[in-house]
Design a protein around this ligand. Structure first.
Ligand code: ZN
Ligand code: ZN
Length: 314
């Protein structure tokens, strides 16, 4: 029984990365079972617990195998076991020829009834690849936002910065093209700044079970204060706050009124040059300023909601 004995009492089955170097993982929490992938060799050095990017659950690395990986490992282990048993029996084969006229010959021939099939699998394609800016882990998730499986940092601020950077690139591009296209690019940059901030803000609030929209700055400021007990605009001067509110109002006009000034805008936007019925003017400098103000607001919001044990009030 030497082949069987050689296997010992545990069989280790290596799980290979896919062609892009990722290994699939699955959250063990029943209500989540979220699938994601990580690249071994990036991220934290040394043993660390694994965090689910979707629900934030953290646990031992070996509790995050996917069902398919477990089925595969089982099938490989069973194959190794049956092969070893087969070989061991094979070595016991014998064939006694009959002796003399009335001898009875006995033989044992070991045949296999087919090898155990291996349950191969393929890792799935995911939607967003993230490189954690805290620990350098490369991972892939469905959707856009998630917790880093290694260090547990949330990528929302990183995504916000990336989107603001894109808006900045649009602004630079606007400088090198003719007026009509330039206006369009500046307007589009504004749309992107607002939707990036709104998506970011909603995401981090939803992590604490709060639903707050961030397209209307005044409303958002009040809701955050009521829900989380801090002011995300405390680092802005009164002037800067008025400016960012006006810029967000401009975007509202752009998206819903073809950029034509209405009464609501005049009431809300604190814009000394606004005339009802005229088109709104949006300048390059304004959007550039909006980007840096949104960055400040975003950082404060992140710190106040995700970096403290700030719980939503009942
Ligand atoms: Zn999960
Ligand atoms: Zn990380």
């Amino acid at each position: 029984m030497s082949n069987l004995r050689r296997l010992g009492n545990s069989i280790s089955v290596p799980i290979q990365p896919d062609e892009e170097g990722y290994i699939g993982r699955e959250c063990p929490v029943d209500s989540c079972l979220g699938y994601f992938k990580i690249t071994p060799g990036t991220g934290l050095k040394g043993p660390a617990p694994c965090h689910c990017p979707y629900c934030g659950h953290s646990g031992e690395q070996n509790t995050f195998f996917t069902q398919e990986q477990i089925e595969y490992a089982k099938s490989v282990a069973i194959r190794k076991l049956t092969d070893a048993i087969h070989q061991d029996f094979k070595s016991l084969e014998f064939d006694h020829k009959p002796r003399g006229a009335f001898g009875i010959g006995i033989s044992m021939k070991v045949t296999s009834s087919g090898q155990q099939p291996i349950r191969y699998y393929r890792e799935k394609n995911l939607e967003t690849k993230v490189t954690c800016d805290k620990c350098t882990l490369c991972f892939a998730i469905y959707g856009v936002f998630g917790w880093c499986p290694d260090c547990g940092a949330h990528n929302s601020l990183q995504i916000l910065s990336k989107n603001l950077e894109l808006a900045n690139k649009e602004l630079s591009l606007a400088k090198s093209v003719e007026t009509e296209l330039a206006d369009h690019l500046v307007g589009d940059a504004l749309e992107n700044v607002v939707s990036a901030f709104d998506g970011f803000g909603r995401e981090i609030c939803s992590q604490k079970a709060a639903e707050i929209h961030f397209q209307n700055m005044n409303g958002a400021r009040r809701r955050v204060r009521e829900t989380f007990g801090f002011d995300f605009a405390e680092e802005l001067s009164v002037d800067s706050w008025v400016t960012i509110c006006r810029i967000f109002q401009k975007r509202h006009l752009l998206s819903h009124k073809m950029g034509v000034i209405d009464d609501e805008y005049v009431q809300k936007a604190n814009d000394p040059v606004a005339v009802v019925g005229r088109r709104i003017r949006i300048t390059h400098e304004e959007i550039s300023l909006a980007i840096s103000l949104v960055e400040t607001l975003g950082r404060r919001l992140f710190k106040g909601i995700l970096m403290t044990e700030n719980r939503a009030r009942p």
